[in-house]
Design a protein around this ligand. Structure first.
Ligand code: AMO
Length: 437
């Protein structure tokens, strides 16, 4: 008999149905037994009257434990007295498909009942919490919307290697791995390879994949492995084309997200999905510094000049809300010392940007330097030699002007739902002290 999902039950009143799921709770009363079953789509009450005829089943139900999985076949009946949905199943047969230990490590239904480390150690239980599971349904939908948008814009999806021979972004935050008799590294970004696709004439590519950073940080926004949504496209005129593409992609996502999950996000996470109606404001970094000093008396520490830091990002959001009523802010004109060698420069200013949303950097993007000689010089200036030799080859035999950006999927999820920490937005979180499960 074919299994049906809980949310399809209303189409099957007075029929024999089969449902499979977890036992959410059991109530064993004097005259009746109730089992609430749950699957990923919802719940249903299974009702077993206590009588002579049902004796065997009654005894069996008394042995069941919550969180076991069962297969139930029975008749679905409408009954307005049933508080859960107004219908119930009278079972003909109940079969245990997996028995749960009755002593759960913690009560996953109550977020506050366990230490964070326990929750993460037993993440599989933690994700049975409806709210926590919802985060990943929303994340999945978010990535689907990005994919839909990008396919509509004639992008294609590629898959680049994560085991690489040389560090891609900067040497310091790279994981080294033993690769037979030599060293390899885990990719910090698909940067070089998405650009290679431009040199292959693919014109428009994207990738959703893992990125690794040996970031020894315990901030609420850094993980050592995260998922990056990267794209790259050719024949652009300037990095403003890249910013525009990103703006359109985010607005598309937020619009559809609001339509589908807006209410649920409001009810469960107590936050509003806001769809921007204007172009995202743009400000030069030096002008932002001035504004933050004038408005909030904030001065950027010497070591961060030319770049952003966590405090600047937070205040940049405050500024963008006050000045432009925008949750988003593009920041341009970073110092070349703080930006990678592959950003195109004009009058020595990198042609790239960061995008801040709700006080956190979600993206770096840029027009790339595609002129071989200039790129080679910029790489040498940063002390990069043999490591990028293979990469420089991409630009020797014709490569169109191009640009792109990298967007942190986990950060985006965290900000969309206003979660307090990146780990809540990650199926499994990795930081310097966490490698299991
Ligand atoms: P960048 O290093 O800024 O740019 O990374 C892009 C985006 O990835 C996310 N991110 C992280 N998320 C979680 N944990 C981390 N440790 C972490 N580090 C980065 C952020 C960030 O904005 N190659 C360029 C992109 C490009 O120019 O196309 C790059 O990797 O959301």
């Amino acid at each position: 008999m074919k299994r049906i999902y809980m949310n399809q039950l209303p189409e099957h009143f007075n029929e024999e149905v089969r449902v499979d799921g977890y036992i959410d709770r059991i109530r064993d009363l004097q005259y009746v037994q109730f089992i609430v079953l749950r699957d990923k789509t919802g719940k249903v009450q299974v009702t077993i009257e206590k009588n002579e005829e049902n004796k065997e089943m009654n005894d069996f139900v008394s042995t069941l434990t919550a969180e076991s999985t069962v297969k139930v076949v029975g008749t679905l009946s409408e009954n307005e007295k049933v508080k859960l949905n107004g219908y119930e199943i009278f079972p003909k047969n109940i079969e245990v498909t997996s028995k749960s230990d009755p002593d759960l490590v913690f009560n996953y239904k109550d977020e506050q009942s366990a230490m964070t480390d326990t929750r993460l150690d037993y993440r599989f239980l933690d994700l049975r919490n409806e709210k926590h599971a919802l985060i990943f349904k929303i994340q999945s939908y978010m990535v689907k919307l990005f994919r839909d948008f990008l396919y509509e814009q004639s992008f294609m999806e590629i898959h680049t290697p994560k085991l690489i021979g040389a560090a891609s972004e900067s040497g310091s935050e790279v994981f080294e791995v033993k690769y037979f008799d030599r060293k390899a590294y885990l990719a910090q970004s698909p940067q070089f390879y998405k650009q290679m696709a431009m040199s292959s004439g693919f014109e428009r590519v994207f990738e959703v994949g893992p990125a690794f950073r040996a970031e020894n940080s315990n901030s609420n926004r850094h993980a050592t492995e995260f998922t990056s949504i990267d794209l790259e496209f050719s024949y652009i005129d300037s990095f403003y084309d890249v910013m525009h593409m990103e703006q359109e992609m985010l607005i598309y996502m937020l619009k559809h997200m609001k339509e589908t999950y807006g209410e649920e996000i409001k009810n469960v996470f107590h936050t509003e999905v806001i769809v921007p109606t204007k172009d995202f404001p743009v400000i030069k970094l030096s002008d932002l510094y001035k504004e933050l000093e004038k408005r909030y008396g904030y001065q950027i520490p010497e070591e961060d000049v030319g770049d952003l830091n966590a405090e600047t990002e937070k205040l940049a959001f405050k500024f963008a809300m006050e000045e432009y009523q925008s949750e988003f802010l593009f920041i341009t004109d970073f110092s070349k010392a703080k930006r990678p060698f592959y950003h195109m420069r004009e009058n020595d200013v990198p042609q790239g940007y960061d995008l801040i949303w709700r006080g956190v950097e979600i993206t770096t993007g840029a027009q790339r330097e595609h002129r071989y000689d200039v790129l080679k010089k910029q790489a040498e200036e940063k002390g990069l030699g043999d490591d990028v030799k293979f990469y420089l080859e991409f630009f020797k035999y014709g490569c169109p002007p191009h640009g792109g950006f990298g967007l942190g999927m986990d950060r985006l999820t965290m900000l969309l739902l206003e979660l307090p920490h990146l780990r809540e937005a990650m199926f499994l979180y990795r930081n310097p002290s966490r490698l299991t499960p």
